[in-house]
Design a protein around this ligand. Structure first.
Ligand SMILES: [Zn+2]
Length: 211
């Protein structure tokens, strides 16, 4: 092996942690050559962190935040461009799990316009898709911080918390209305949701327009 090749491999290994396979893939080098350089350097074998061991901090360190709340994966990508953690786990599924604190069900697909975005809030699994497709049948506020781009934390505060109440957008106010207590006066509910009392009364007699 030429000193230049040795040096290129050594640089990547020292910048690691990185697997021999990944170095060989990136540099087009033979795996055994990479293993040889690793031995020359006295570096320990690379151990892939188990999927369960990933933390939100670890995920954030491996992805770049972009404007609009998007994130780009800094780690491996498959030939088709899919960002992956390893051979079994895509960055989408990892991100979803960390964001929602549960395993995704079915396929995890992006909901934003950025290709390959791995932001947890921009990903949906079968459960979330079903809920979104049929939002009108929801009987309680979805869990989590956002739903279809709506700020559920603010909505919860307006429905159940004490003043001051955060301002809601009109879709948020209409959405929140559907989960309000019928026993609350129209004036009180209107104050909480930032609507006119007459609007709330109209919702109560004629129904709320779709969000
Ligand atoms: Zn996005």
């Amino acid at each position: 092996m030429t000193p230049e090749r040795w040096e290129r491999i050594a640089r990547l290994l020292k910048d690691g942690p990185i697997s021999n396979g990944e170095v060989s893939r990136r540099l087009g080098e033979d795996r055994r050559a990479v293993a040889g350089v690793r031995a020359d350097l006295g570096l320990p074998e690379y151990v892939q962190p188990a999927a369960k061991q990933w933390t939100r901090e670890g995920f954030e360190a491996m992805s770049i935040p972009l404007r609009g709340g998007h994130r780009r994966w800094r780690g491996r990508v498959q030939r088709d461009g899919t960002p992956v953690v390893d051979g079994k786990l895509t960055a989408y599924r990892l991100s979803f799990r960390l964001h929602h604190d549960r395993e995704p069900v079915g396929r995890v697909l992006g909901t934003c316009r950025m290709k390959r975005c791995v932001a947890g809030a921009h990903l949906e699994d079968d459960v979330l898709r079903a809920a979104r497709d049929d939002g009108s049948s929801l009987t309680e506020l979805p869990a989590g911080a956002t739903w279809q781009g709506m700020d559920l934390v603010a909505i919860r505060r307006c429905l159940r918390g004490s003043a001051p109440w955060p301002p809601l957008s009109l879709p948020e106010a209409r959405f929140a209305y559907r989960f309000s207590k019928p026993s609350m006066s129209a004036a009180e509910l209107a104050r909480r949701l930032g609507l006119c009392a007459t609007t709330v009364e109209r919702y109560r007699t004629k129904g709320v327009p779709p969000c």
